[in-house]
Design a protein around this ligand. Sequence first.
Ligand code: HGY
Ligand code: MN
Ligand code: MN
Length: 413
Amino acid sequence: MNSENSIRIDADRLWRSLMEMARIGATDKGGVCRLAMTDLDQVGRNVLERWCREIGCSHSLDLAGNLFIRRAGADDGLPAVMTGSHLDSQPTGGRFDGVYGVLAGLEVLRTLVEHGVTTRAPLELAVWNNEEGSRFSPPMMGSGAYAGVFELDWVYALEDADGVTVREELKRLEWIGEGLGDREVDAYFEAHIEQGPILENEQTTIGVVTGAQGQRWYELDVYGQEAHAGPTPMPLRKDALVCTAGMIQAVNRIGLDNAPDACATCGLIRVVPGSRNVIPGHVWTSIDTRHPDDRVLEDMEGAMRREFDAIADRYGCRYDLSVFWVSPATPFDRECVDLVRKGAAQGGYSHRDMISGAGHDAVYMARKVPTAMIFVPCEGGISHNESENADPEDLAAGCQVLLDSMLARAGVA
Ligand code: HGY
Ligand code: MN
Ligand code: MN
């Protein structure tokens, strides 16, 4: 590709666009908070749409609030080669998670316009709605609706912590477009920071992502008995929070027991009634488990249930463990993965095959069209953290591989 494709992306222009987008929802600690379907999410889209209009691209929305930017191909009737990612962030998110994939896609379009190159097939850049699943769970909501994983009415009824629904927010923002999942797409490539330490530790520039690991998210409700924190003797208590603490330790231990590939995280906890001098009677906790092999995830769930039975008995509590969301381990398309690997090799970038530890919109797009991802390192492997950082040269390398992969797939007129 690179032997044929001599056009190079503009690394400085990519970095400038990333830093300009990072100002929208910027936090004091150098990160961003741009929660899905908030006014700041809209401001980010306004900036992107302005940049896309400047290079003559059109844009449209679908019924799930996903945004699509399109650059016509010489043979515009062909299915599009698509790239994309997300602009929404975690509450204490970083400047690159998701944004990098969107702005690397913009840089590909800007580069082609600048060099007067038209692809044979049209190109599309997708901004998926609510990838993070922080304000409205589950994650990858927009791409999941697009891929038919989530029913649209179910998505519309999802509520945030204040009881606001997705439908209300989409209407307020005027993000309810037309169609869902029916775009003519030939292949999908997504660039993203790795969000883990492998590439940096190995001083490797490009991750050739061959698939994504499986995820199983649960909701754990533990029920004890509310009682006065003063007169209630310790042996007589049914303390739902102490019981939950034991279960959280068990979740962590089960993750460690399935090392090196398993992950297990409790990220959210709600204590009822949440008063200093009342023994908690009910505790709700989120559990996020991940592994490249779905069978191991099943085994981890069995181990959790066995350990929770014993812990609940010990503390005189009862519990309910419900499966909230499952994303099976997803292999990416061999041909598309080969294009990424070839792009990295021809660009002279060090590269290695790897599995994605995080979920991405590409996981759902892989259910619809041939899909692959391009990873670049991030500092210390840290992400979902305001200190998230990446090297401009690595970001440019990933963007160049994205350009070369898309050109190879879409052809040049
Ligand atoms: O949770 C994930 O893997 C993604 O960052 N939403
Ligand atoms: Mn992301
Ligand atoms: Mn993320």
